[in-house]
Structures are given as C-alpha cells and as structure tokens.
Design a protein around this ligand. Sequence first.
Ligand SMILES: NC(=O)C1=CN([C@@H]2O[C@H](COP(=O)(O)OP(=O)(O)OC[C@H]3O[C@@H](n4cnc5c(N)ncnc54)[C@H](OP(=O)(O)O)[C@@H]3O)[C@@H](O)[C@H]2O)C=CC1
Ligand SMILES: CC(C)CCC[C@@H](C)[C@H]1CC=C2C3=C(CC[C@@]21C)[C@@]1(C)CC[C@H](O)C(C)(C)[C@@H]1CC3
Length: 634
Amino acid sequence: MSQKRRAGTYLWTVMMPSLKYQKGETVMGRWPGSSLYYEVKVLGFDLKSQLYTVIYKDGTELELREQDLKSTSGFQARSRSRSRSPGRRRSRSRSPGRTTRRSSSRTAAAVAAAAITDNAASSRRETRLRDVEVTLSPLPTKTPENNGNNRHEKNEDKLKVENNTANKINESEKKVEAEPEKIQGRYNLRRRKDDGDAKSDEAKVEHPEEKEAKKAAGATFATPLDFGGKIGAYFWLLFLPAWVLFLVLHVNQEDPSLATFPPPLPPLDVFWDAQALSFIILWILFQALLYVTPVGKLSEGMPLRSGERLKYRTNGFFAIVVSAVAVAAAVHYGVDLTYIYSHFLQLATGSFLISFVLSIFLYVYSRYAAPEQLALGGNSGNVVYDFFKGHELNPRIKNFDLKFFCEMRPGLIGWCLINFAMALAEMKKQGLDAPSNSMILVNLFQLLYVVDGLWNEEAILTTMDLMHDGFGFMLAFGDLVWVPFTYTMQAYYLVSHPSPLSVPALTAIVILKLVGFYIFRKSNSEKNAFRRNPSDPKLSYLKTIPTATGKSLLVSGWWGMVRHPNYLGDLLMALAWSLPCGFSHLLPWYYMIYFIILLVHRDSRDMVECRRKYGLAWDEYCRTVRYRIIPHVY
Ligand SMILES: NC(=O)C1=CN([C@@H]2O[C@H](COP(=O)(O)OP(=O)(O)OC[C@H]3O[C@@H](n4cnc5c(N)ncnc54)[C@H](OP(=O)(O)O)[C@@H]3O)[C@@H](O)[C@H]2O)C=CC1
Ligand SMILES: CC(C)CCC[C@@H](C)[C@H]1CC=C2C3=C(CC[C@@]21C)[C@@]1(C)CC[C@H](O)C(C)(C)[C@@H]1CC3
C-alpha cells in the first residue's frame, strides 16, 4: 500500500477541525467564473484538491476553492444592495457556460434554469466569450402535480406552473427579504432521490446510525445508497452467485422450463474442479499480458474530482484478434473446446471464487486510498455495502487499471470464446457438419457486439461504470462471472434445443439486429465525441443546454430523441439475440428480461446522478426530452 494513500487518509482526519467552513454550514459561494455569489451549503472538503463540495439551492453540486466562499454574515450588507433592483441589472458573467445571468434576487438567482443553445455557439464559447440569455426561475413549490416521477412526464402542466411562477417573480421578490425562512422551503437544498423528488432539506431525516457510520468512515463524500442499501447488499451478495449457479444447472436439464425450476442441487464436490480454476487463471493472465502489451493508443479518461485524467491502454481490438488467433491455433492442434460446455458449472464456480477473492482485495486496498480516490456511490461507511458497490473508483496497481481491465477483457472476450465452444458442442451433440442457423446468428450477433465494444474501447471511458461506479463485488462478479456465464445462455440453450429458422424469420431478425446496432453505435459515438470535444465542428449542428459545471447536455440528435437512445439500441439487439431461440422456453429470453430491468434501473440511477450534477439544467433537459428510452412509450 503506497505511502501516498496512507498519508491522504491521515491528513484527512487531523486537518478537518481546522477548516474555515464546516460541513452543513450555509455560506455564500461564487458562481464559477462569475462575480455573483449565491447561498450554498457545504457538503465536504477534499484535502488533496483543497476544494469544498457545495450544493446550490437548485441542487447543483460543485467544488469551490476557499477564496470563492464567504460567510453569510459578512456578505449580507453588500448583497442586499445588489438585490435591490432585481431583474433589471444584467451582469456579464463568465460562468462555465459563459452566460449572462439576470439576477432577480440574491436567492432566486441560485436556481438558474439553462437556455438551449446550438452547439456551434457552444463551440465558440470554448474560444471566446459569448452571451446567452438565461432565464432564472425559482423551483416550483412541491405540489401533488409537480412532485414525483411524473413531474417531467406531465410536461404541459409543468410548463404552466413555471410560466405562472415567472409571471409572479417580481411580486415574490418583494417577499424574499422579508421572509427568508419561507424561501428555504421553496428551494430545494438537497439532492433529490429521483429526478422529480423535490424533498426539502428539513424533510429528510438522517438516522443516527447512518450518521455514525459515515463519521466512522470519514465519509464526507457520498451519494444516497441504492440497490436496497445495506440490507440489499447482503441480499445481492447471496442472490447473484446462487442465481448464476441455478441458471447453469437449469440450462443443463432436458426440459429447462419453469415447471422444472429450481433444478435439483448436485453434490457439493461436483461444483469444484481445480483444473477448471487453473484454466480461468491462465485465461485472465493471458488477457492481462495482452493488456499491458504496449500496442495501441493510450487514451485519456474523463477528469476526476481531483482534476486528474487517468490514461488507459485501449488495445482491446488487438487483444481479441490475438485471442482469436490463439484459440484457432489451439483448436488446430487438437484442443477440445467442448470442455467448456461439459465443465461449464466448474468453470463458473472457479470464476466466482476469483471474483470473490478479487473483491476482498479491492476492499482492503481501498482502505488505503486517499478520500478523493473513493467512489461517491460506494463510500457509505458500511463495510458490506461498500464491499458490494465498490469503495474505490479506479483501483490501480501502477498503471494497471483493474476495473477497466476486468470490464473489457477476460469476461467480454471470454463470452465470445464460450459462444464459439457452444457452437462446436452443438455440432458434436447434434451430429452436424456446421452449426445451426440460430447458433450462427447468436454467435455472430454477440461477436459483433463485443468486437464493436473493443473497437470503440475509448467510449467506455465516458460511461457510468468508469466515471461513477466504484470497483467492488458488483462489477468484479458482473465482469468475470455474470457476463461470461449468463450472457452465453442462448448459445448454451441451442446446444441441446435446436430451433430451426425460416429464411423470412432469419432476414427479419438480421434487420432488427442491424437497426438496434445502428442506434446503439451512433448514439454512443455521438455522446462520446461530444464529451471528448464539445467544439468538434462535425457536431456543430447539435443543440445543447449549458450547465453550471461547464459541461453541456445534448438536446438534439440522438440524445434529443430520448434520454437514453443507446439503451434503446441495446434492447433491440437483445431482442434479436433471443428470437433465434424460439418461444418454447423462457430461458433464452432471460437476458432480455434481465436487461430491461438492468437498464431501467440504470436509467433511474443516472437520472439521480445527473440531477445532482446539473440541477435545473437537467430538469430543463428532461422537460425538452420527455421520454427515457422508448419514444412516446417510456
Ligand atoms: N450489455 C450490457 O450488459 C450492458 C450494456 N450497457 C451499455 O453500455 C453503454 C453505456 O451505458 P451507461 O454507462 O449506462 O450510460 P451512458 O453511456 O448513457 O452514460 C450516461 C452518462 O452520459 C451523460 N449524458 C447523459 N445525457 C446526456 C446528454 N443529453 N448529453 C450529453 N451527455 C449526456 C451523463 O454523464 P456526464 O454528463 O457526466 O458525461 C450520464 O451520466 C450503453 O450503450 C448501454 O446500453 C450498459 C450496461 C450493461
Ligand atoms: C451483476 C449485476 C447484477 C450486474 C452487473 C452489470 C455488468 C455485467 C454490466 C455493467 C455494465 C456493463 C457493460 C458492458 C458489459 C456488462 C457490464 C459490465 C459492456 C462492456 C458490454 C459491451 C458494450 O459494447 C459496452 C458498451 C462496452 C458495455 C459497457 C457496459
């Protein structure tokens, strides 16, 4: 464990009491780039970057330097005179969006809604100052109409509420100074549970045990628990491995139908095979060797909280090509890959053991990490939850990034290897000279998915897993067990359950796959290109919403169609993977069902995270782009 890691934790503990502003304190924070100060609440302090995390009244969280904060007492006299002529004074501000803000009042200004602008303008913002009119409107009071998830779905109602509020703004400003405590209720001080959950600060009660746990872990930076919190973590730790083993046992049955679920448990020694475990270890080491080979690009990740940008060796395509050559050579020299089919259960158990040991290592390793290296979502102070969710954001041994490697290599490439082995097993079992049409489709479709992911490996650096999720049991198990041993269910199923396809059915399925792939690839590439270079002239036709963080949100193109066009494409592809297996059993549809649940949950997690980061600009985006995944449906 490096000394730097230990030193970070030590300094954190001893220096906290001497900080000028304390956690929970309400102070005035400068709007980044401008000379305007708004009321903010201090959420924490990061020793390494020497930045305070603060939350504005609109829910936007930002990191500010000490000199950008002032105590409210020393500030009031000056700011009052500023707010005397609300709505009339225009101040030129150089906020990250470089917007001109109409300050209707000291307090109301903090709840800025963003204006939609086109990306050509947004590009120019990168090089020169540009004024964009920004409408400032207070957050509507919590009412049955605008509260809850349907807040954005009921677009028309919401707009009406806002228009009314806007009309009344001058009237309400008069009351602002006279009734400061009422304002507290009108503006949302706390990050919302979901996109529309506008709970006031007072409404949220922190349980004493939660407080204690946080204190014990020095968990100043943390986001609300998900996956059912602490209890949920216990549940998932037991359920996920059991589920994989049940699926594997189930697919092995003559009749893998609901009537025969759960399958009978074999004796315990059947699960264990030392040779299977050693094959898994060899495969992971082989992939690690390819990963560290200095071939391919060194790509930069997105800026971390500390401002640092990590470098990643993105040679995934090289890795899959070399792996394919190695597998072809092995088959040529007589290696029987159907071993994978006959020892599937033992291989899954071996992978599970590795993922479990890796998760323990990751948790212990994270205890030596500096606070800014921890993941916001896995820093609750509860050992089991943090172990499950992932405590450290980007655990690395020197330059070897464990999360990136596990997500993109052994499991993902292993998925294709297993599918290929299933095709060989089908030929052997069914006495075929070539795999069936259905097996070929499933193999080619999923191979395309993986190869595309590796070809565009850099794009993973702007996804949720890499940017937000810590690396713990959930992802270690997901990458090393879940992906290779459950995503291969369709191929495994086809080995013993042939499903002939007519030419029209085959053609329709291929078209569906290509449509899904097109949407998936185009939308992912559009967002990735925009995040990497917002001033890219090729994207200048896109409309964007500026946000207080300096990043903009795409509001036209693919990301103007629905909020997660990439999920839509992915779901269409998932449908095309299940259809070749027919409708005799539910098992080959398992992936489709799981994927809908996963993506709906992921979308809601992302909504919470984006609401936290972008505040009202995110609300504006949600009002403009009403549907989450399927246009006019969901
Ligand atoms: N096969 C599988 O098992 C799985 C596949 N996937 C696939 O992986 C891919 C990545 O998914 P995932 O990481 O969940 O999510 P996304 O790639 O969609 O990333 C979400 C992030 O994109 C940014 N963003 C959101 N809206 C906008 C916008 N309008 N303009 C610009 N940026 C925006 C935000 O980050 P910020 O603003 O901070 O940049 C947000 O947090 C998807 O294609 C998904 O289908 C995902 C999970 C499992
Ligand atoms: C065990 C849990 C219930 C769920 C674990 C989820 C993980 C299996 C997935 C989370 C995000 C993933 C992605 C891919 C694979 C599945 C996991 C790890 C991905 C690498 C597949 C290939 C794609 O092209 C991609 C876009 C690169 C995917 C990124 C997200």
